[in-house]
Design a protein around this ligand. Structure first.
Ligand code: SIN
Ligand code: MN
Length: 266
């Protein structure tokens, strides 16, 4: 999949691109079922909210087959290779649950702020590409973006070790207010299977989910192979150390699995 000139321009201006229904309902269902299986595991990579429900499953591509395939899916890898101008490796892989009623906040932050400060990633030649595994609506804790904020470089941040179970370098309210006066604040919403790509410098957050609807999103954080991290302060399954370039799989790699599962069920 190649991004058009108009999409490249929009990414430059706004720092993100949204593609509704880029994956089929069947593909999204396969991955949603995989997420439920992963969240049921008792593994160190599966972090929980204080209520005990899953918050994030890290590195799910290393222990789950549908997520392994998604981690090399050409619809995700190719546009990022195009934007970063070369081959990429997997810096981080997260399946975020944002569970019904209990899904907790992600404070305002830039991902590169954490990758630079904690992992010594040399440059922001890295970004996220995400797939919605549930319908994401205004009600169930969507991502909030400040469009254009990726053009400001690294913004000052403080290390928040307390608000949630996941440490993050977060922005203060004055900074967020000033940025949003210029850029506004948007929440890309859409059906399960939608794809969202965003700059590692884009300022973003997400509110708690008190709705009765879960909001599962899987994120690949991809980094140019030349720009790999230099410091290994965090667990290997949070900030990966395998810098080998990802070789994209065929576009039907998830459909193959769906076909195999339906044959097995007959
Ligand atoms: C993130 O910012 O990395 C995740 C936020 C979310 O899933 O709501
Ligand atoms: Mn983030």
């Amino acid at each position: 999949m190649k991004l058009t000139q108009a999409e490249l321009k929009q990414f430059d201006e706004e720092g993100y691109l949204f593609f509704p229904s880029k994956f089929s309902t069947e593909e999204a269902e396969l991955l949603k079922q995989a997420a439920d299986e992963v969240y049921a595991m008792d593994r160190q990579e599966v972090w929980r909210e204080s209520s005990g429900v899953a918050r994030t499953a890290f590195a799910a591509h290393t222990y789950n087959e549908p997520f392994r395939r998604l981690g090399a899916h050409p619809r995700l890898i190719e546009p990022v290779e195009q934007l970063l101008d070369g081959q990429v490796y997997m810096h981080q892989y997260k399946v975020n649950a944002k569970a019904a009623f209990d899904g907790d906040v992600w404070q305002w932050h830039q991902d590169y702020g954490t990758w630079a400060r904690d992992d010594d990633m040399p440059e922001p030649r890295a970004m996220n590409i995400a797939v919605f595994l549930d319908d994401v609506t205004a009600a169930n804790g969507p991502l909030l973006f400040i469009p254009g904020s990726h053009n400001l470089g690294i913004v000052d941040a403080g290390h928040d070790l307390e608000t949630t179970s996941y440490p993050l370098w977060t922005l203060d309210r004055e900074t967020v207010t000033k940025l949003a006066e210029d850029g506004g604040c948007v929440a890309p919403t859409g059906p399960a299977g939608s794809m969202l790509l965003f700059s590692s410098l884009l300022v973003h957050a997400s509110p708690p989910n008190i709705s009765p609807f879960g909001r599962t999103i899987v994120y690949l954080s991809l980094c140019h192979v030349d720009n790999h991290i230099r410091a290994f302060n965090r667990e290997e399954w949070i900030a990966h150390r395998d810098f080998a370039p990802i070789k994209p799989l065929p576009d039907n790699c998830l459909n193959e699995l769906i076909a195999q599962q339906s044959v097995a069920a007959e």
